[in-house]
Design a protein around this ligand. Structure first.
Ligand SMILES: *Cc1c(COP(=O)(O)O)cnc(C)c1O
Length: 357
């Protein structure tokens, strides 16, 4: 399987590339996609890059009924010298296999998956927008394709990779958001699938998101499923709090995602000799810190926004205003450092960058 080659069929009809300033997240796709199939007994086979287009699925395909599917999200950037590069892609591929394992999807060779990502991005390289803040979002995913209505692990799968050029996440500089603390619905529980990037988790999160959207909140802060008190994540980002200059983030408990950005942030903070703790943190503790004046900053971390400062947290009808609705110094320093590494403007001291070619 490692030596499997990728056949390439180039399209004759190229899509029109929208102006970078008009790009929305996840609405435009490039000219090609990567596909590879799995059949029980045969393993993964027929790796190919083909023109982007609809997939043909049997209506009994298991993914459509029981949601046996996983995905990843990472980005390719182009430096000002025109070099295309990826940020920590092996982390995403390792996580893809951890998600696969949780959902009973067969493992994918990690070296080969990286080769597939690099090859596809190379083929559609002229789709990487080259303005600062823009990038090419890479979406690998696996779906179960066996036509069978029994509840069981599928014996057939497709691994696909699609690419989407995305504009800057922040149009007018990095901007703090309002977050509603969700104390009715939960996203995941320990023992469930919260640490896997699998479709059902996101379907489960929509109701809470819908509830707060027209009240001016950007996202919800998820609490644990048992006591509705311990903090989990914010929307689909990991979350960090600055309490008296110690940066605290919920530990990886099994119900939250092990974010690549989270891991990079922890690495940077330790490198800067800033105290960082991965541990349980409750809303009660956070509220006490706020009342004491010790809660200095809060921010979310994820591939899409990199760092998303939180200007306000609303919990049980009370508004906790953080850092006067302004981006705090640690959030700002993390954002600047991470984006400078991603765009090749700062030395890659941690070996995070992988060239496309
Ligand atoms: C993808 C994701 C994250 C962030 O992970 P990154 O690897 O930093 O992009 C955090 N939480 C959830 C629920 C996610 O799906």
């Amino acid at each position: 399987m490692r030596d499997q080659s990728i056949t390439i069929q180039l399209t004759e009809e190229k899509n029109v590339k929208p102006a970078p300033s008009t790009l929305e997240f996840g609405r435009t796709f490039t000219d090609h996609m990567f596909l590879m199939d799995y059949t029980e007994g045969q393993g993964w086979h027929d790796a190919r890059i083909v023109p982007y287009g609809p997939l043909s699925l049997d209506p009994a395909s298991m993914v459509l009924h029981y949601g046996q599917t996983v995905f990843e999200g990472l980005k390719a950037y182009v430096t000002k010298d025109g070099v295309a590069q990826l940020f920590r892609p092996t982390k995403n591929i390792e996580r893809l296999n951890r998600s696969n394992s949780r959902i009973c999807i067969p493992e994918i060779d990690e070296e080969f998956a990286l080769k597939a990502v690099r090859k596809l991005v190379e083929v559609d390289q002229d789709w990487i927008p080259n303005q600062l803040g823009t990038s090419l979002y890479i979406r690998p995913f696996v779906i179960s394709t066996e036509p069978y209505l029994g509840v069981a692990a599928s014996e057939m799968y497709t691994f696909a990779i699609i690419l989407s050029p995305v504009g800057p996440y922040y149009k007018e500089g990095i901007d703090p958001v309002k977050i509603a603390v969700e104390d009715t619905y939960v996203r995941a529980v320990v023992g469930g699938t919260g640490e896997a990037k699998t479709g059902g988790n996101y379907a489960a999160s929509l109701k809470a998101q819908e509830k707060i959207e027209d009240q001016g909140f950007a996202q919800v802060l998820w609490l644990d499923g048992v006591e509705r008190n311990y903090i989990e994540e914010v929307g689909s980002m990991n979350v960090f709090f600055n309490i008296d200059d110690t940066i605290i983030t919920p530990q990886l408990s099994g119900s939250i995602l092990d974010g690549v950005t989270r891991n990079s942030v922890i690495t940077l903070l330790k490198d800067w000799d800033i105290k960082v703790e991965e541990r349980k943190i409750s809303m009660d503790e956070l509220y006490d810190a706020y009342k004491r004046g010790s809660l200095k900053e809060a921010f979310g971390t994820g591939t899409a926004a990199v760092i998303s400062p939180i200007g306000q947290l609303t919990w049980k009808q009370e508004d906790l205003v953080l850092n006067n609705h302004e981006t705090g110094p640690i959030a700002k320093r993390l954002y600047d450092t991470l984006t400078r590494i991603q765009y090749g403007e700062e030395e890659d001291r941690f070996d995070w960058i992988v060239p496309v070619e």
